[in-house]
Design a protein around this ligand. Sequence first.
Ligand SMILES: NC(=O)c1ccc[n+]([C@@H]2O[C@H](COP(=O)([O-])OP(=O)(O)OC[C@H]3O[C@@H](n4cnc5c(N)ncnc54)[C@H](OP(=O)(O)O)[C@@H]3O)[C@@H](O)[C@H]2O)c1
Length: 345
Amino acid sequence: TLKIGSLCRAPSSFKSCINALFLCVSLFRLKDLEVAELGDSDVHVKMLAAPINPADINMIQGTYAIVSPLPAVGGNEGVGEVLEVGCRVAALKPGDRVIPAVTGLGTWRTRGVFPEETLLKVPGDIPVLSAATLSVNPCTAYRMLADFETLAPGDSVIQNAANSSVGQAVIQIAKASGIKTINVVRDRPDLPKLVERLMALGADHVITEEMLRKPEMKDIFKSIPKPRLALNCVGGKSTTEMLRHLQPKGTMVTYGGMAKQPVMVPVSAFIFRDVRLRGFWMTQWRKDHAEDQESLGSMMDTLCQLIRSGQLAAPACTEVPLQDYKAALEATMKPFVSSKQILLL
Ligand SMILES: NC(=O)c1ccc[n+]([C@@H]2O[C@H](COP(=O)([O-])OP(=O)(O)OC[C@H]3O[C@@H](n4cnc5c(N)ncnc54)[C@H](OP(=O)(O)O)[C@@H]3O)[C@@H](O)[C@H]2O)c1
């Protein structure tokens, strides 16, 4: 048998209700199930670790662009070890480490039987926590830095929710490429500790949302150029304030909506500065590049090399045994936790 985190979705009438978050968590169950039979093209995987990401919660809430047929197993990221492969499986063998190659795999489980094409092999020397958190957030950070503006060493990038897992990856990947980062976080009681942590990762500047409006922002741009790229994970007022500092003809990429508020753009930003607004979704990138093994391979090689060289660490995290999943789900939905919950399977 295997243990899986199985979920039922909240009724749609509850979606806009704050209690829905907690309702959804209470709808989540840990179940013992029979392991599916291994087909010729299938791979039997023992899962090792899997994070809880905001998108996993959105899937449970039914507010994500993809909703799995119910009952479903939660989790989109994670790492496992191959136990057994079907007779037609060519690229994987027992002992290999694998991560999801697709969205919606359902990684919060101890064992799983998956079609070969839904898995991606990762080198065995990548630490488990790094591998478990590799397939979504660092790939998103990498693509957003690479695909929207041509950035050279010395250029700068501004991002909000800079302490998110994506934000931490942006800081580290940018640092490794000589790109300066201006990192916006929400104010909090332990702000100096968070600033210190992000600076230790390689951040050039860490500021609060409130600081974005202050004249002192000019001091930052005495030593680094104004950003050509802004990465928006929040929406609402944060976006409007961040946009003030973007260079003319610069690009803002929206990839998250943590404030659950629309992006607000002053008319003047379009007319007088011709800013470009774009969006990014890793799931879509994977679909669009399904035949482009070179781009995928080159991204994964670069990220694994950064991990090996100590330039890309796993996000700050809390390791949680699977049976404590309720506490981990609740911690994921609390503000200012600054620690990715990783289920140990
Ligand atoms: N488009 C894509 O392909 C893609 C890929 C990966 C991730 N994402 C999205 O990126 C976002 C971050 O994911 P993650 O795994 O990196 O997150 P994470 O590590 O769990 O961190 C969540 C971040 O959101 C911030 N936050 C939470 N509620 C907020 C609010 N109301 N206003 C402002 N900030 C708030 C938190 O800041 P505090 O510390 O201040 O609470 C923290 O920085 C999510 O929305 C996720 O869905 C999108």
